[in-house]
Design a protein around this ligand. Structure first.
Ligand code: SF4
Length: 170
């Protein structure tokens, strides 16, 4: 299974979530929060489909890529800038560079906050992203699902029912 931006984002949020996702246990459709997020993406940015390209490359899928200016546009429903969002787009920039498209940058858009976060590729990001890839691979290849760690984000997580139903709790 190729490593996607979602794997990298989950590495920065919850290792258990990463493992579940990597093992194709997906519950996104049951989450109202995810549904709302999709709605934000669809309603606020529908017109972008005409302006930007969808780019699928090396296991990643970028919904809105401005090929002319080499800018990745990522839309987040969150009401705060999170490290996981930045890590996800840095991974996109890493994959683009690896596939002959260096010097791209990214803009993370937060419609709820009417805010934008500009992410530029830095020299030192290369080794950091490679560490993240190793970290994702290690967790993906674990035989056991990492234990439940109660986090603030759990209540909004699509795996909430799964984790807190007692089925997988240690
Ligand atoms: S509910 Fe909490 S522990 Fe379970 S996958 Fe989500 S964030 Fe991780």
């Amino acid at each position: 299974m190729p490593i996607t931006g979602t794997h990298i984002a989950y590495l920065h949020t919850c290792h258990r979530k990463l493992w579940l996702f990597a093992h194709s246990i997906q519950m996104e459709h049951t989450s109202q929060v995810v549904a709302e997020g999709k709605l934000i993406g669809e309603t606020s940015y529908a017109e972008r489909a005409q302006k930007y390209t969808e780019l699928a490359i090396d296991g990643i899928k970028i919904d809105f890529y401005d090929a002319k200016n080499k800018v990745v546009h990522e839309v987040k429903k969150s009401d705060k800038v999170e490290k996981a969002h930045i890590a996800q787009v840095k991974y996109y920039l890493y994959i683009l560079a690896k596939n002959g498209m260096p010097h791209a940058s990214a803009i993370i858009e937060y419609p709820k906050m009417r805010q934008k976060e500009i992410v530029e590729w830095q020299e030192e990001d290369q080794s950091e992203v490679e560490e993240w890839i190793k970290g994702v691979e290690e967790i993906m290849h674990q035989n056991e699902c990492p234990p439940l760690v109660k986090l603030k984000i759990c209540k909004k997580c699509s795996y909430y029912d799964f984790c807190y139903s007692g089925e997988l709790t240690e």
